[in-house]
Design a protein around this ligand. Structure first.
Ligand code: HSE
Length: 420
């Protein structure tokens, strides 16, 4: 019999304990041993939990228990779980975590500390989708060319409801929290940080890139307006918050931002809390993974798969490699991104304005693909919506600052990248 301890018995922790009990027959058949939860640890022992396990509020009740083989860390946060997980490893216990923030900041130290002790984190990225297993094992023969996907269920749920049903941002964010999809602090979801943590984890397995969230381009969905959504629909795009990792020469681009993607692409059809990740490998070509990206049972499914894997005796290196992957791969600056862009400007509705804007763009070698004028709620002004041909991020940023200075342009200029 294998005994586990769960540190953090919230939505996911409750599901882990309940599924281990309810599905114990198939879990034992697959793992080869019975797996039981010996103990759970929570911050607030007065809160009622929907589980049938002993509970206390001291992590040491698990970490110092020699009968417990596997520590399951589901508490969230970064520094506190880091201390706990380090102690678990130094006590020789295997670790399973769903904590993407912990890994976004400490994955390399943890890989070093874990050595040959099993350390698994399938649930950290894309909820119930086995994307870590796919990258660590299934695609391990490939050089990875790109990873692109919807890695945050909350924002996908929000964008779907806002775009398809015209739901209001605040109402739908509240609903995501009630459904248990959102982070304790939902700005992690809407600001793109949660997706960035997941992207960094995937990029480590694929490329061995050691970057922190602060090192990469992260934009959230807070500023998407109805008018952007209407433009996207009119020109055949969906708007999705994407995490993108691309190998370009000896560099790797890592970025998270709202993206216009053609309605015909598979990722564009992924709605609600579902996540989807496309991975392109040099041998296999494109592969695609789809499933629930958040929610107690879906995430617990991934946590338990890690536990079963450890009980079976699998102890692949934490990030999937024993020595450096591809030498010399570097994180590219976001200035180097090449993309198509959508821009939205509020301008004076008078002659000569369009000419001044297209000439300002032309001076920076930015070529316009489509342009649309919509009425503004302010008299004598218009909203100008345009998309560009492929351009460099640095040039677009220069263009935005140049256009903002024109007397015929009012307020901030909105920009969304287009992944065609
Ligand atoms: N808040 C996260 C999401 C939970 O919405 O995807 C799963 O990581």
């Amino acid at each position: 019999m294998i005994k586990i301890g769960i540190i953090g018995v919230g939505t996911v922790g409750e599901s882990v304990a309940n599924i281990l009990e309810n599905n114990s027959d198939i879990i034992e058949a697959r793992a080869g041993k019975k797996i039981v939860v010996k103990h759970g640890v929570v911050n607030n022992i007065n809160k009622k939990r929907n589980v049938n396990i002993s509970i206390s509020n001291s992590a040491d009740d698990i970490l110092d228990d020699s009968e417990i083989d596997i520590v399951v860390e589901l508490m969230g946060g970064v520094e506190e779980p880091y201390k706990i997980v380090k102690k678990a490893l130094s006590n020789g216990k295997s670790v399973v975590t769903a904590n993407k923030a912990l890994l976004a900041y400490h994955r390399y130290e943890l890989q070093e500390l874990a050595g040959h002790i099993p350390f698994s984190y399938e649930a950290s990225t894309a909820g119930g989708i086995p994307i870590i297993g796919a990258l660590r094992n299934g695609l391990s023969a490939n050089h990875i060319e790109s990873i692109m996907g919807i890695m945050n269920g909350t924002t996908n749920y929000m964008l779907t409801k806002m775009i398809n049903e015209g739901a209001l941002y605040d109402d739908i964010l509240k609903e995501s929290q009630e459904l248990g999809y959102a982070e304790a602090d939902p700005t992690f979801d809407v600001g793109g940080f949660d997706a960035s943590h997941k992207l960094l984890i995937l990029a480590s397995i694929a490329y061995g890139i050691d970057a922190k969230p602060e090192d990469i381009l992260i934009e959230g969905i807070e500023n998407i307006s109805d008018i952007d959504v209407d433009f996207a629909k009119e020109f055949g795009y969906e708007i999705k918050l994407l995490g993108i990792a691309k190998k370009i020469g000896n560099g790797v681009e890592l970025r998270v931002h709202p993206t216009m993607i053609p309605q015909s692409s598979m990722i564009a059809k992924v709605d609600g809390v579902m996540n989807a990740v496309s991975v392109v490998g040099d041998c296999v070509g494109e592969t695609m993974y789809y499933g629930a990206g958040a929610g107690g049972d879906a995430t617990a499914s991934a946590v338990i798969s890690d536990i079963i894997d450890i009980v079976r005796g699998n102890n692949a290196p934490m990030l999937g490699y024993n020595k450096p992957l591809e030498s010399g791969l570097e994180l590219l600056s976001s200035d180097e991104i090449i993309s198509k862009y959508y821009l939205r400007l509020e301008v004076s509705d008078e002659s000569g304005v369009l000419a001044s804007i297209s000439s300002a763009l032309g001076e920076l070698n930015i070529s316009i693909e489509t342009m649309l004028q919509k009425t503004s709620s302010t008299p004598n002004r218009a909203n100008l919506l345009l998309s560009t041909h492929l351009s460099k991020e640095k040039d677009i940023n220069n263009a935005i600052s140049k256009l903002s200075k024109l007397s015929s342009v009012y307020g901030d200029i909105a920009m969304i990248r287009i992944e065609a």
